[in-house]
Design a protein around this ligand. Structure first.
Ligand code: BTN
Length: 319
């Protein structure tokens, strides 16, 4: 009901009288008052004038469905959002609920106390400054085809930023860089049987409005935020909606037969890795080579110093 009242107020430029709301939603004036107060607590500034009614003055910077839906054009990605103020890790929560939820469901938290990065690292996730989200996916493809799905995430973050005139580059397979520093990482986790995927969790972490002080000293050389690079605050709600819109387009092509050609094209054309020296870390082994291309399966083609060329399916690659 709270969200219905919010929608009603958002859809009107003028005051909406208490009487109108109470008739439309069949509720008492004190009931309306209770919901208005709840909205105020969430950060909505609502003007209320006797005999005129209620009017929204401004909305808070929060990543709820109600705040992004005006810009969201998807059919199923992000249409069901579990929104939290704080939690351990959105990937962990998405895993807990994945079997019960439809694909496209998203877990978003304003802050993560135990954000997970790849290779067991932590992911710094300060409150209200980033986009920390996990998308639940249930594609009908064989588990072997799933390696390239991370590229869908990277391509959609790249395109979402581009839509806001923000130039970035993709570091295969799952980082987005601005001025050679990381602003986004993706952690894809899978629950599968031998020939069937139960679910995939695509965790996307974007350093949107972090300030210098939010980035730990030991990461400063390699990590930055969009705000630091653009020297201005970024509209998180619009960026989130843009990314989800782009993601759904790419995911629809993938979900039935594993087609990732469009995402690969985007990653290839905007790759920071191709033509550069890369370090390929596999388990304890570390080798230096030159990235030549991304093949049609989404693998990175690397020529090593001994002259051998290999396609790298996954593993840590540093520029
Ligand atoms: C990386 O190491 O580059 C991947 C980072 C992934 C971070 C995101 S933030 C949202 C989601 N929840 C997590 O705990 N991790 C991912």
């Amino acid at each position: 009901m709270k969200n219905k009242i919010l929608k009603r107020l958002k859809n009107s430029d003028d005051f909406v009288s208490g009487e109108k709301i109470s008739q439309e939603f069949n509720m008492t004036r004190s009931g309306i008052w209770k919901y208005i107060n709840m909205l105020k607590e969430e950060g909505y500034i609502i003007e209320s004038i006797p005999r005129k009614g209620y009017r929204i003055i401004s909305s808070p910077d929060i990543l709820t469905l109600q705040e992004i839906e005006n810009n969201l054009s998807t059919e199923f990605i992000g249409r069901n959002i579990y929104y939290y103020d704080t939690m351990d890790s959105t990937n962990k929560e998405a895993k807990r609920i994945a079997s019960l939820e439809d694909e496209g469901t998203i877990v978003i938290s304003e802050e993560q106390a135990d954000g997970k990065g790849r290779l067991g690292r932590n992911w710094v996730s300060p409150k209200g400054k980033g986009i920390w989200m996990s998308i639940i996916l249930k594609p009908d493809v064989e588990p072997v085809k799933v390696g390239a799905i991370t590229l869908l995430g990277a391509a959609s973050v790249f395109k979402g930023l581009k839509k806001m005139n923000i130039v970035s580059e993709i570091k295969w397979p799952n980082d987005i860089l601005i001025s050679e520093k990381k602003v986004c990482g993706i952690l894809t986790e899978m629950s599968a049987e031998l020939n069937m995927i139960n679910h995939l969790i695509m965790g996307i972490g974007i350093n949107v409005n972090l300030d210098e002080v939010d980035i730990p000293d030991e990461l400063k050389e390699k990590a930055t935020s969009i705000k630091i690079e653009q020297k201005k605050e970024i509209d998180r709600k619009l960026l989130l909606a843009n990314i989800l819109n782009e993601f759904e387009k790419l995911y629809i092509a993938f979900k039935d037969d594993g087609n990732v050609s469009k995402a690969i094209e985007i990653c290839r054309e905007n790759s920071v890795s191709i033509g550069r020296e890369v370090r390929v870390i596999r388990g304890r082994e570390e080798r230096i080579g030159k990235a030549l291309d991304i093949n049609d399966r989404g693998e990175l083609i690397v020529e090593f110093d001994d002259g051998k060329t290999e396609s790298i399916f996954a593993g840590e690659v540093s520029v």
